[in-house]
Design a binder for this molecule. Structure first.
Ligand SMILES: Cc1ncc(COP(=O)(O)O)c(C=O)c1O
Length: 375
């Protein structure tokens, strides 16, 4: 017998250890821009709400409190243009658990189509369910895709910040209806658009009414981690077709997946407020502009298709150095980034640089990037 953990890929972050040592040798603190973990303050409204719920002797509702359920439905309508069925929302303990568990919770054992350049957990979740992950280009013509029981989308994408436009989402919905494939769209970076038309119109959601009024077969994930610096609270949600969510909720009840009551209160507060999200976006916009300018001086070129999200997706402007050579050169300047290979072999010429450094860390990274990495 083989244990589930033995069949999974190695945890890739462990392979960065030697580059951490190299970065540590640089004078001054390491500018760690490898992991996308938020570093700014959790908003006061979340902290106040959490404290108000500190007396929580009873079990919290698996479905979410009525206030949280209402806040989720309103959030989809107000910020994403999506009319979601009141029975079509569920709080999740961060969105990573849902990415990892969705195929298992749905009992899928066939093909799971996943983005070919992707957050590794789509692949892991398919394997854990005993299903077969099949990488595809989610921006290509759906008519060319193999058959699958479930399709994962990630828009804006981690790591490359690509956004699936409305036309592509409509094609995908039509394909889902023809083939009976469930579509799960991970939209956890939707609050961070940088380019038009997404700054003015917002990043499109698979659940938006201008994609389809009918949400049959469609699910979308969202997370408070990035937009509200709430990664430590583990607050996220899934929404969409109640016919898929209903049976899945029954399985989750058996498994005891409950978002803690105080976190439900905090999440209700942040979903009802857009102001702090706009402020956080401006912080990331400033850091992004500063890092982009500095990367140009260092001879790194950002992917022109990046339109949103929390990362710069960079390659050697001369097209010579590969991901690990760039990781090495940056580590020698005290900057840590993730090699593109963590997100698929075809990304071997790219590195991912996160915008999640404090202002001091970003200022330091900008100084260290002033000279070309590969003169
Ligand atoms: C694409 C994507 N999905 C899901 C997650 C998980 O986020 P969380 O579990 O904090 O909601 C991440 C985290 O980095 C991510 O990049």
């Amino acid at each position: 017998m083989s244990l589930a953990g033995e069949t999974l890929p190695d945890f890739p972050w462990d392979t960065l250890a030697p580059y951490k040592e190299l970065a540590n040798a640089y004078p001054g603190p390491v500018a760690d821009l490898s992991i996308g973990t938020p570093v700014d303050q959790t908003p006061e409204i979340a902290i106040v709400a959490l404290r108000e719920a500190e007396q929580s002797p009873g079990y919290p509702p698996a479905l979410g409190t009525p206030e949280l359920r209402e806040a989720m439905v309103n959030w989809w309508s107000r910020t994403r243009g999506a009319t979601v069925d009141p029975d079509g929302v569920l709080p999740t303990i961060g969105s990573k658990e849902m990415v990892a568990l969705l195929p298992s919770l749905l009992g899928i054992t066939g093909n799971v189509l996943i983005p070919e350049v992707a957050y590794p957990t789509y692949d892991v979740g398919a394997r854990l369910a005993g299903a077969t992950p099949i990488p595809i280009d989610t921006a290509s013509d759906p008519a060319t895709w193999p058959a699958g029981d479930l399709l994962w989308l990630n828009s804006p994408a981690n790591p490359n910040g690509h956004v699936l436009d409305r036309e592509q989402l409509r094609k995908i919905v039509a394909w889902s209806r023809q083939t009976g494939t469930i579509v799960a769209s991970d939209e956890c970076y939707a609050a961070l658009p940088w380019d038009e038309p997404y700054v003015s119109e917002g990043v499109p959601s698979i659940l938006a009414d201008d994609i389809s009024d009918d949400k049959t077969g469609l699910l979308a994930l969202y997370s408070a981690s990035k937009q509200s610096n709430l990664a430590g609270y583990r607050a996220a949600l899934i929404a969409g077709d109640p016919a898929i969510l209903g049976p899945m909720i029954e399985v989750r009840k058996h498994m005891g997946f409950l978002m803690p009551g105080p976190v439900q209160r905090a999440m209700t507060a942040i979903l009802n407020d857009d102001e702090h999200v706009a402020q956080q976006r401006e912080v990331y916009r400033r850091r992004r502009d500063e890092l982009m300018a500095a990367c140009a001086s260092a001879g790194l070129r950002p992917d022109p298709e990046t339109a949103a999200g929390l990362y710069l997706w960079l390659e050697d402007a001369k097209g010579e150095a590969d991901a690990w050579q760039i990781v090495d050169a940056l580590a020698r300047r005290g900057i840590l980034v993730a090699p593109g290979t963590f997100y698929g072999e075809q990304s071997r010429m790219f590195v991912r640089m996160s915008l999640t450094g404090t202002d001091d860390v970003i200022a330091e990274a900008v100084k260290r990037l002033a000279e070309p990495l590969f003169p």
